[in-house]
Design a protein around this ligand. Sequence first.
Ligand SMILES: Nc1ncnc2c1ncn2[C@@H]1O[C@H](COP(=O)(O)OP(=O)(O)OP(=O)(O)O)[C@@H](O)[C@H]1O
Ligand SMILES: O=c1[nH]c(=O)c2[nH+]cn([C@@H]3O[C@H](COP(=O)(O)O)[C@@H](O)[C@H]3O)c2[nH]1
Ligand SMILES: NC(=O)CC[C@H](N)C(=O)O
Ligand SMILES: [Mg+2]
Length: 520
Amino acid sequence: MTQTAHPDSVLIVDFGSQVTQLIARRVREAGVYCEIVPFQSAEEGFKRLQPKAVILSGSPASTVDEGSPRAPQIIFDSGLPVFGICYGQQTMCMQLGGKVESGHHREFGRAFLDVDKDCQLFEGLWSSGSRHQVWMSHGDRVTALPDGFEVVATSSNAPYAFIADEKRKYYGVQFHPEVVHTPDGAKLIGNFIHNIAGIKGDWSMSAYRQKAVDEIRKQVGDKRVICALSGGVDSSVAALLIHEAVGDQLTCILVDHGLMRKDEAANVVAMFREHYNLHLLHVDASDRFIGELEGVSDPETKRKIIGRLFIETFEEEAKKLGGADFLGQGTLYPDVIESVSFTGGPSVTIKSHHNVGGLPERMKMQLVEPLRELFKDEVRALGRELGLPDSFIGRHPFPGPGLAIRCPGGITREKLEILREADAIYLDEIRKAGLYDAIWQAFAVLLPVQTVGVMGDGRTYEFVCALRAVTSVDGMTADFYHYDMEFLGRAATRIINEVRGINRVVYDVTSKPPGTIEWE
Ligand SMILES: Nc1ncnc2c1ncn2[C@@H]1O[C@H](COP(=O)(O)OP(=O)(O)OP(=O)(O)O)[C@@H](O)[C@H]1O
Ligand SMILES: O=c1[nH]c(=O)c2[nH+]cn([C@@H]3O[C@H](COP(=O)(O)O)[C@@H](O)[C@H]3O)c2[nH]1
Ligand SMILES: NC(=O)CC[C@H](N)C(=O)O
Ligand SMILES: [Mg+2]
């Protein structure tokens, strides 16, 4: 997060809504710089950033509960335009002298808004008498308006669905304009930013790049940084930004754990060495990883072993370099969102995602995380800005534990080799069919099951390979990809003909939930 003021920006006060990050996204899409600050430090954030407008987010809290969060008074004293969304609307009303009640009519999902009056926020968009789809998610509602406000649109369950005090430029909505299920939501947010707050909208990824580079320089000074580099989009973009900022002070470390895809480590190293003059260590730790994993079949045990070995390997490499003060990471906004303090109780662990996040504490390094405010597709745009080749930018995500979690049951070198070959053929067929970009993630899985087949009039008894392909937006939910059967037949035939050890191929048609994307 920036330490400085930013002219022409929007401050988003986060009360812990699940979708606060989408507000930031919409603001950036409108070409305007913004920052999200938790309500606890909103006053500080406001003074530092000196924004031109404020948006108040939704929340799982209820304004009628004692001790529920409030927006700092300085926001209302500043005379700046304020846009309150759901809880943000409710707390704004409470703080300015209105009333909120709980438990009348809960409303979740799609609703329709009737526009009663023209409003500056509707310019070029809505007019009185029209009706529009919006998305609601609330149990409380405003029941009395503060002085100066009037209702401009209603829904059947929310008489104060859209309120405005045009003089003070305060707007409040009960629905969520930031989600895609409110089709005109992005335009409403755009109108607030451009027409009401008068912010131009000339911010871009190249501005983000410059800001990030300046901040890294300031943070790191003349100290040494290491960066774990997988060749995935996130760590690649983070490494390039840090490199642009501090050059030789950065050392990237690629750990080849023997669980990468065919030729992957070599390709990543070649790309970085060819295109960028950065210091990249290629550490071959495959004996160590495979040695400890051989014969282990429990998925969580595999993941924990891999997590520990990653840490040990980085520790050793850092020591060889004479230590490092900073660790660069490609953490994205969705990885950060859990950090707001009061969002519910502990959730169940489905799988322990390997994480280098354990590193800094044990290695006493400070984190450099230049992508903390971005979403994956924004990181891709930044990667393009940094000249990262398209073949890297569009890559499907690849999990840190690699092929180990695509080989259910005990791992052996032989099985990994079979899987690597099958996976390479599958991806090759996907690329040839022009499907790579339409699919979010695709890979082969080698099942610990052998079946009988007949090849060249002889009996075979070999492994089954499962193919997986999913569409998704963020990996949180996913649907299986609907191939045509001819494609599947072609891929299966090639795998069976070309890979020794596989005599049967199946396709996974499970969505997430109830399945997960990976098999372990
Ligand atoms: N083989 C590896 N060598 C070094 N670091 C790794 C390796 N695999 C994973 N990491 C580290 O773990 C982090 C998390 O991995 P993750 O797969 O989520 O991100 P990514 O690889 O950068 O991007 P993508 O999600 O597109 O694969 C990476 O950013 C990188 O820092
Ligand atoms: O870096 C990672 N470390 C991990 O331990 C890990 N486990 C799953 N994944 C990736 O996360 C996305 C969702 O996967 P699941 O549906 O299997 O949980 C998919 O994109 C998975 O590939 C991981 N990525
Ligand atoms: N989405 C929200 O902001 C909900 C606000 C509040 N918890 C309610 O139920 O009304
Ligand atoms: Mg990865």
